[in-house]
Write a protein that binds this ligand. Structure first.
Ligand SMILES: Nc1ncnc2c1ncn2[C@@H]1O[C@H](COP(=O)(O)OP(=O)(O)OP(=O)(O)O)[C@@H](O)[C@H]1O
Length: 258
């Protein structure tokens, strides 16, 4: 498994002083975030800027101000962005599937985009499909997969060639409980990989993540381990678990009641 890891370097990624937004409206306001190997959850209310942060980190949307560093490379222009994208597996929230594409071809296309040498492609595709348990479905068209299987195909898309940085935008939305358990096994089984995943499902954070980042109003409200976040839980706030109560505690006071 993951034979291509022989060539893999541990990946660090860094956003520094990032300002980002749309048509003059700031969404991220001077954001600093350093990521390293392990699974980091990105939490925050709707509209907090999670997708915007992920798109910026994935080098899809250059920041208005500040720097994005992937590994040792400061992403300063399209040329450097193209170079670092070989090391980034990004699964966007809204993915433009071609329903007629076969699963194997879909993952191979990702390998081609990531400029994996042609001789390594078959093995990389096989490993990615094996990782998400879709080897037997490689000849099926995407339109014939269930929603959960399609998500798994999306994860294979993101992890083909074992990129050092994997960015998954709400990968568990719409999955059934068993599929969510499968997803956690897949994500925690990515060795030596820096994974950032956004979610609204706090159970997934406790079960699959080492670290949590909470974003609100374009700024980080929390950055630390799951245990450190749980320790912030206050009695009296809504929530069924310490992590849920800690999340509520991190919101501005006017948003803490239901
Ligand atoms: N392409 C765009 N053009 C203009 N505004 C946008 C665009 N994309 C996002 N926004 C705005 O930027 C803000 C942050 O959006 P973003 O999608 O990053 O939040 P999010 O935390 O991912 O939200 P959710 O949890 O709902 O997915 C929102 O106010 C949104 O309306």
């Amino acid at each position: 498994m993951w034979a291509l890891l022989e060539q893999k370097e541990l990946m660090r990624a860094h956003l520094s002083g990032v300002r980002q937004g749309y048509r003059g409206r700031l969404v991220l306001d001077g954001l600093d975030l350093a990521l390293g190997p392990g699974v980091t959850a990105l939490l925050g209310p709707n509209g907090a800027g999670k997708t915007t942060l992920m798109r910026t980190l994935a080098t899809v949307q250059p920041p208005i101000e500040g720097t994005v560093t992937i590994g040792d490379t400061v992403v300063s222009d399209e040329r450097t962005a193209r170079r670092v994208r070989r090391q980034i597996g990004y699964l966007p929230q809204a993915f433009g599937w071609d329903p007629g594409m076969r699963v194997g071809d879909f993952v191979e296309y990702a390998a081609w985009l990531r400029e994996i040498p042609a001789r390594d492609c078959p093995r990389a595709v096989e490993e990615a499909l094996r990782h998400v348990d879709l080897v037997d479905r490689r000849r099926d068209r995407l339109s014939r997969l269930s929603g959960g299987m399609r998500r798994r195909a999306g994860i294979a898309w993101a992890v083909v060639g074992a990129p050092g940085l994997v960015i998954l935008d709400e990968p568990t939305a719409g999955l059934d409980p068993r599929q969510r358990l499968q997803f956690r096994r897949i994500v925690t089984g990515l060795p030596d990989t820096t994974v950032l995943l956004s979610t609204h499902l706090i159970d997934d954070v406790a079960a699959a993540c080492d670290r949590v980042v909470v974003l609100h109003g374009g700024r980080l409200r929390f950055d630390g381990s799951v245990a450190d976040m749980e320790a912030r839980a206050c009695d009296g706030l809504p929530g069924h678990t310490p992590l849920e109560r800690a999340y509520m505690e991190l919101l501005p006071e006017e948003e803490r009641t239901l």
